[in-house]
Ligand binder design. Sequence first.
Ligand code: BGC
Length: 758
Amino acid sequence: MNRIGFLFCCAIFFSASTAHAQSNENAINTKVNALVKKMTLEEKVGQMAQVSLESLGKTDGPNFIFDEAKLKDAVVNYKIGSILNTPGQPLKPEQWNEVVGQIQKTANETKMQIPILYGLDDNHGSNYVLGATLFPQEQGQAATWNRELIYNAGVITAYQSRAASVPWTFSPVLDLGTNPEWPRIWEDYGEDPYLDAQMGVEFIKGVQNPLGSKDKLAVSIKHFMDYSDPKSGHDRTDSWIPEHYLREYHLPPFAAAIKAGARTVMVNSALINGIPTHINKHILTDILKKELGFTGFVVTDWQDIENVYRRDHITKNIKGATMLAINAGIDMSMIPYDYKEFCTDLIALVKEGKVPMSRIDDAVTRILRVKEELKLFETPMTYVKDYPKFGSAEFQKASYNTAAESITLLKDSNNILPLPKTAKVLVTGPNANAMRCLNGGWTYTWQGERTDEYASQYNTILEAVQNKFGAANVKYAPGIGYDNTWGKYYADSVIDIDAAVKAAADVDYVLLCIGENSYTETPGNLDDLFLSTNQMHLAKAMIKTGKPIILILNEGRPRVINNIVGAASAILHIYLPSNFGADALADILTGDVNPSGKLPITYPRYTNSLVPYIHKPSEGGSNPQGGDFDPQWPFGFGLSYTTFAFSNLTINKNNFSADETATISVTIKNTGSRQGKEVAQLFSSQLVASITPDVKRLRGFEKIDLKPGESKTVTFRLPLKDLAFVNADNKKILEAGDFKIAVNDLTTVFTVNKTKTF
Ligand code: BGC
């Protein structure tokens, strides 16, 4: 077939598939509208309520037992539409099949027989399903800079969640990781809007497409928006931000996800400029539903309508908060305990004319549409027996590969790494022998505190290092241990630093495994970003031994370690790499794997200097009047055991109109003696603009694999409109002028010849 013939066939294929999608959408809308017409107000309001599993029964050993009267009351009497969460412990997929099965059976006893939508936080795989393969937490996933790995993680997560009968995930987290103090920074894809959007879209494609298939889920992108940058650094507190910054930085990942088809959105649990996001009509309706054209539904975060009243003092009672939230655009309330009050209040509010019936119809239509799109009416249940690849070696390999590509080499003095396989090693530090630390929060339980019990079949760092170097060559003395008391996970205490010092006497290297214990949300709030005093004592004592220190950072937040960086011979950041992370680390230590991770965040050097890489020139190191941007390691940084040379940065033209696309290419050569992967990162800087331009912004990236001596050319296609920024009038504008682009240390300049507003 010639080129014209090929293009003609493509055009026919696309218009046929668009027509098919349109007729499918029409059929769903017709069916849902007919259903909504038949429903009573009580039935509609019930669909808008979501309760937690724990409120409907209790655990009995490893099992969950429903209180049948409570289940019936919620599902049959109050007609609730959704249930979420674990009973406080993970269940096997067969147990989930029974739990969800019993729920759907009860839903069948209602007049409308509408299936219940079950949702779980699959933050890093199906983390509440025993035996499922888990993945590194999102920050580590982003450190791979490899879209394919993230897509695969999405595919596998969806498959395993469906094996457990659960068709809805509260992921991905698209919050921007700009504030290192925030206790959930590790749950997101790093600090850059472009990287975040790219990774989020890959995950959504993997999890959701094609929606309606028995191994796909609906996603809930969260937490819309600017949850991640509270002024206090503490969870669920106020963020101060002008709207043009909100739109410039926090909105794009969500906008990209909605364009990619994300079907549900969870709301920022905190406040923006003093307004609880759950009652912010401008954000939920004007921006999300109208401007972005979002047709799915909006779910609250945990108890957040109640928070408007109790925490934020906006109303005098919950009923007032319910009115404001539903009128602002909330479609479903994660209550999660007292569904009766929500349902009773909302029914009364409609009858009193305080919430229009049209708003209820809109909300319930959105919810039922997603249930239809998931084909829950046809197939409310899926069973593990139909998912033979659940927890398979193939899935485990995908998790291992993701961990291996995430691990980031930050320092390697005199190429001390990789280590000889015959080396004698001391493994020390509180993170050395804990699956809990490798996984972080949202692992088997909310805070991840029981991970060592549930993940004992996988290797801790100590075990993986013993497997690799031989048990006889490995000594273990932790020195410090974490406090596992509920609510004190940030604390650690001295076990025996002297014993660790003694153990170092006859080894060649010290593997110092430091960082953080598992945590999430409010229990993870922290007052001091320095590495803890106890760990610092251990590090200093180890440095004093004079043995080469290989520092392993296993942490959610970038803890400040400036005092020990200089003395460490090598530093590897492993993030929260999950159950195969230690195996990947051991392979990197010996050189069986060449590290290729790159920081998706700026690693701070000082606690009072937490500026991310996206900042203004006044914050930059070149500003004589106070700029002090001097991170420990910059965003995008990561070394390799081989070396790469970048050359021949070219752009197809020097002068563009705003609607054109630039073609930029660069050649990368592996100049070392090992195979390795390198990431080409394309940054742009506008030289002059009406709002002070950011020093630089990521606009593209590609990860490539190169054999020793091999060269490859990477080509980026950059639509010029991607360089537009949001101005003080909240308009997206590409201002005419000069731009610099940079890949590695190569730069070139071009001009945009005419201003355009988008
Ligand atoms: C978290 C959400 C999560 C929800 C349900 C909340 O506390 O903020 O991220 O999806 O709980 O578990």
